[in-house]
Design a protein around this ligand. Structure first.
Ligand code: ATP
Ligand code: MG
Length: 154
């Protein structure tokens, strides 16, 4: 049984608190506007939020702050995860949601992974009728966001 209706802020707070506990070398700041209820698969959305926060931690080895934002914009709730880590070049930003895509170079050895987390996340968000995107600057950090419709998809 999966919950199809849940309080977005409670979920974000719960996941962030858990991850903060696990990754205590980073400081995860919560900037959560009240967003209300969301109609989506709670377990799958949890998986996306966890992927974004663990990436932010993984790809910020020398910066300790991560900021998690929740907001409501019109008929959408929005979640953004900002880090001040290694960043992604403009041309590679377009590819990070592809299956098995990993930014190549010395990074590949430093940060092991399969290149599936963002692909899976984007499939989940699309299935729920939402969008996922990234803003990033190499050497400055990245902000990954997704938006979900507040109303049930008919
Ligand atoms: P995994 O399948 O374990 O998640 P992964 O982290 O390599 O492996 P994705 O989460 O799909 O795979 O990310 C794809 C690629 O995008 C990463 O390999 C990395 O190059 C880049 N990337 C993702 N998140 C960030 C981030 N916050 N900062 C910089 N680069 C990132
Ligand atoms: Mg990942």
């Amino acid at each position: 049984f999966n919950d199809r209706e849940f309080d977005f802020n409670s979920l974000i707070k719960e996941l962030t608190d858990d991850l903060q506990h696990t990754f205590d070398k980073h400081t995860i700041i919560q900037n959560l506007e009240y967003t209300g209820m969301v109609y989506a698969d709670r377990e799958r959305i949890s998986q996306v939020v966890t992927n974004l926060i663990t990436n932010a931690i993984k790809y910020s080895p020398h910066a300790d702050t991560i900021i998690v934002y929740a907001s409501k914009e019109g008929n959408e709730v929005r979640l953004c995860v900002q880090d001040f880590g290694i960043g992604i070049s403009q041309q590679k930003q377009e590819r990070v949601f592809e299956q098995f895509y990993r930014v190549s170079g010395e990074m590949q050895h430093t940060f092991p992974g399969l290149g599936l987390g963002l692909y899976i996340s984007s499939e989940i968000i699309k299935r729920e009728g939402g969008r996922i995107w990234v803003n990033s600057k190499i050497g400055k950090g990245s902000t990954f966001c997704f938006a979900l419709p507040v109303k049930k998809i008919q």
